[in-house]
Each structure stands twice: as structure tokens, then as C-alpha cells.
Design a protein around this ligand. Sequence first.
Ligand SMILES: *[C@@H]1O[C@H](CO)[C@@H](O)[C@H](O)[C@H]1NC(C)=O
Length: 228
Amino acid sequence: MRTLAAVAISCLLLVQLANGLPVGKLRTTAAAAKVQDNPQLSGETSMEEDSDAQTPIVLFIIGELGKLAKWVLERGSVVVNNAVTELKAIPDKDELLQANITRMSRVATEAAQFKFQDDEESILKLFENMITFADMMSDYDSMPENSKLKLTLKAALENNGYNQFDNEFQQKVVNLAEKFETDFGEYFKGLTAEEKLKSAKLLQWYEEFKAETNEERKLDKFGEFFDF
Ligand SMILES: *[C@@H]1O[C@H](CO)[C@@H](O)[C@H](O)[C@H]1NC(C)=O
């Protein structure tokens, strides 16, 4: 799940960006985006205040990535917890396997117990859990393909719906990239000439993001948004 790592990095950068936003603004977003509903990209909350075209986009991305993170944690925790149950039944586990099971169990249990509330602390906690989960999956991904440990974990994960989870996740990321493309485009159309001038760099980035057709490079391009 290489993509998951990329999404987690976006979450991490969002957390940093969010920390730079006034707390009040983030709270408004949490309430407005509600993560589970459909956040709309609109300039009305902040355009007059700081005439910064990036802020509404950041808030919109937080809402959309929040929804994705929620889905990953809900579905992923079921897959991993069921795999853990299966792994625990293996007799004569060596130390490394045992350590991996313990970590999987801890991360998945925390993800499963997390209840999202509409406040800024909860959004940050959601992204933190997502990052922890993605780190774990990324460690799993980078284990040598034919090691005994990898094969053992792989069998348990795949017996419990890992491949379907991964496929659905990839599809969601593709859909999200498309949604970002459409909604950003609409948003930029609504800016005044003066605002467009101020957001020249952002618009330039958007044109490049839109033009990129390679899926992996598109994700990288998306990540560049956070460099502004
Ligand atoms: C899981 O196993 C790998 C060996 O491939 C090891 O490097 C890693 O530290 C283990 N994870 C934990 C949490 O112990």
C-alpha cells in the first residue's frame, strides 16, 4: 500500500499546516466538514479575513482526507484485528513475530476504539491514528518478500480481506484525486481577478496537478501543495 504512505504524509503535512491556523478556524472546519458529511469548498469562511486563497482549500482537504482516514481506520482495523486473532493461534511463535503481532494488535485496537467527534482535537487525533496505521503497513510492505515473517503476516492479512481493502483504498484515492481536480477548478473560477493574481503560484500548481496523468506522479504533485 505505497499510496497509503503518500496519503499519510499528506495527513502529517496537514496537521502541521493546521497547527499554523488559528484554532478558531480549525474548529469551524471540524464543525462544517464533520468529516462524515460532504464538505464544500467555499471561500466564505475566510476570504474576507485574510484574503488567502489557500486557507479554504486547506480546510476542504482536511475534510476530504479526514473522511478517507476514517474509512481506512474503520476497515483496516477490522482486517488487522482479524489477522491478529489468526496469528495468535500459531504455535511456537518466535520473538519477532510475537513483537509484530503485539504492535498490530495495539495499533488496530486503538484505531477501532477511536470515536470521531466534531472538534479540532478529534481531527488531529484521527490523522495521528492514520499516520500510525500507515507506518505499520509501510513497515510490512518493506519486509523482504520471501522472508518467513512476511509470508506469515501476508497469509493472515489476505485471509482476512486485505486485498479487497487495498483495492478499495486505491480506488478511493483515484476518486478523491478526481474530486480535488474538479472542485479546485470550480473554486479558482470563482476568484476575482485580484485574488487570482495573488494566487498565481497556487493556480500554476493546480494546472500542473491537472495536467499530470501518471498516477504516482500525480500523488507527488498533490503533495507539493503543502510546500506553499
Ligand atoms: C516486525 O518484524 C521485523 C522483522 O522483519 C522487525 O524488523 C520489526 O522490528 C518487527 N516489529 C516490531 C514492532 O517488533
